[in-house]
Design a protein around this ligand. Structure first.
Ligand code: NAP
Length: 350
């Protein structure tokens, strides 16, 4: 008999769903016992239903599982959601109402007043919203969300910087990988040898989610961080790894060296608790002037770290730098799994 916690994956056949299956293979605490998706695939064995795009094979135990419809009658208490945003809102609510712990990747509930939007290294205390959510919604289950894949690396890096030097404003330009659009995603003829300077809804998400994550839990809700964020998002012909050029204005004086040291030496709650998916170094600060680069660096720290480079003074703001991270790992499934590990470590999955 396995002593691991049985978990389900909603949207298990999609890009993020597959990453959940891959990252949960051999997980020390969790075991995938249920997979669920749309009526297009439900009823089939997972191995037949999925168009598997990972570089390792479908795990044997999961291959045989029957894909179930996304109805709250799965035999597990914890579900990870990689559902299409068109359906995630209602399905995730139904599961939470029925008593499940839902770890969601979708945009639908990230900004709900009583739903935590968590990066464990930055704002673990926002989990204090959970009892409030259960009370408000009269349910035993609850929803915890992780950030949009671009917001993730920005908010993660800004967390320690804001705490130390108080951010006054942020400007960010992203170069986002095609895997961020799911599968089949962007048509090849649109993106090959091209840059698309528009990703619907993305800039708005980055601008507001960053302020919620860096906001303050006041015992009832989150007071948004009090600085503006301006984002410009582009799709580029890169397979995995979102790159971000960031400029920040700070209230306190510092130096590029001090910002680099702050990030290099940073250790957060996941590192202190030694959570299984926590990167040993949450920030990998690269010295070479032409790094990080997605092709070479995206899989550092198993895709769970934020890579930082080119920290230097800015002639308009105070400092500017480059960030990069794995959009379907730390930017999606890996972030949800780390959140679940934090909940388990804090006794909130009982
Ligand atoms: N890709 C990324 O880097 C990334 C990063 C962060 C967040 N996200 C978010 O994560 C979510 C999933 O993204 P994705 O890229 O994995 O999308 P995707 O590849 O299109 O997968 C969508 C999943 O949702 C399922 N689904 C669709 N309609 C359904 C329905 N009516 N009922 C039940 N299941 C249904 C699909 O099942 P079938 O196979 O049966 O159709 C599939 O498993 C989205 O909300 C996205 O915004 C994505």
């Amino acid at each position: 008999m396995s002593t691991k916690i049985p978990v389900g994956v909603l949207g298990a056949t999609g890009a993020v769903g597959q990453k959940f299956i891959k990252l949960l293979e051999n997980h020390p605490w969790f075991e995938v016992t249920e997979v669920a998706a749309s009526e297009r695939t439900s009823g089939k064995p997972y191995g037949d239903a999925v168009s598997w795009k990972q570089v390792t094979p479908v795990p044997n135990d999961v291959r045989k599982l029957e894909v179930r419809p996304c109805t709250p009658d799965l035999k597990c208490r914890v579900v990870f959601s990689g559902l299409d945003a068109a359906v995630a809102g209602q399905i995730e609510e139904d599961f939470a109402k029925a008593g499940y712990v839902v770890l969601s990747n979708s945009k639908n509930h990230r900004l709900d007043e009583d739903v935590p939007l968590v990066i464990p290294e930055v704002n673990h205390e926002h989990l204090g919203l959970i009892p409030i959510q259960c009370r408000n919604r009269k349910s035993k289950g609850y929803i915890v969300t992780n950030a949009n894949c671009t917001t993730m690396f920005l908010a993660m890096a800004l967390g320690p910087i804001h705490k130390a030097f108080t951010i006054e404003k942020v400007f960010m330009v992203s170069m986002q990988a095609v895997s961020g659009a799911g599968y089949p995603g962007v048509p090849s003829l649109d993106i090959l040898g091209n840059v698309i300077p528009f990703i619907g809804g993305e800039e708005e998400k980055v601008e507001i989610e960053t302020r919620k994550i860096l906001g303050t839990f006041n015992g009832k809700t989150i007071d948004l961080a009090d600085f503006p964020v301006s984002a410009q998002c582009n799709r580029v012909p890169v397979e995995d790894g979102h790159t971000e050029s960031v400029a920040v204005k700070l209230a306190k004086r510092t130096s590029a060296q001090e910002i680099a040291e702050l990030l290099k030496n940073f250790s957060g709650v996941p590192q202190q608790l030694r959570l299984p998916s926590a990167p040993e170094e949450p920030f990998i600060v690269m010295e070479a002037p032409d790094r990080p680069q997605p092709r070479f660096d995206v899989n550092r720290a198993n895709g769970m770290a934020t890579l930082v480079g080119r920290i230097r003074p800015c002639t308009i703001f105070d400092y500017k730098f480059t960030l990069m991270g794995h959009n379907t790992v730390r930017g999606a499934a890996g972030a949800s799994i780390l959140n679940a590990e934090l909940l388990k470590a804090q006794g909130m999955l009982e």
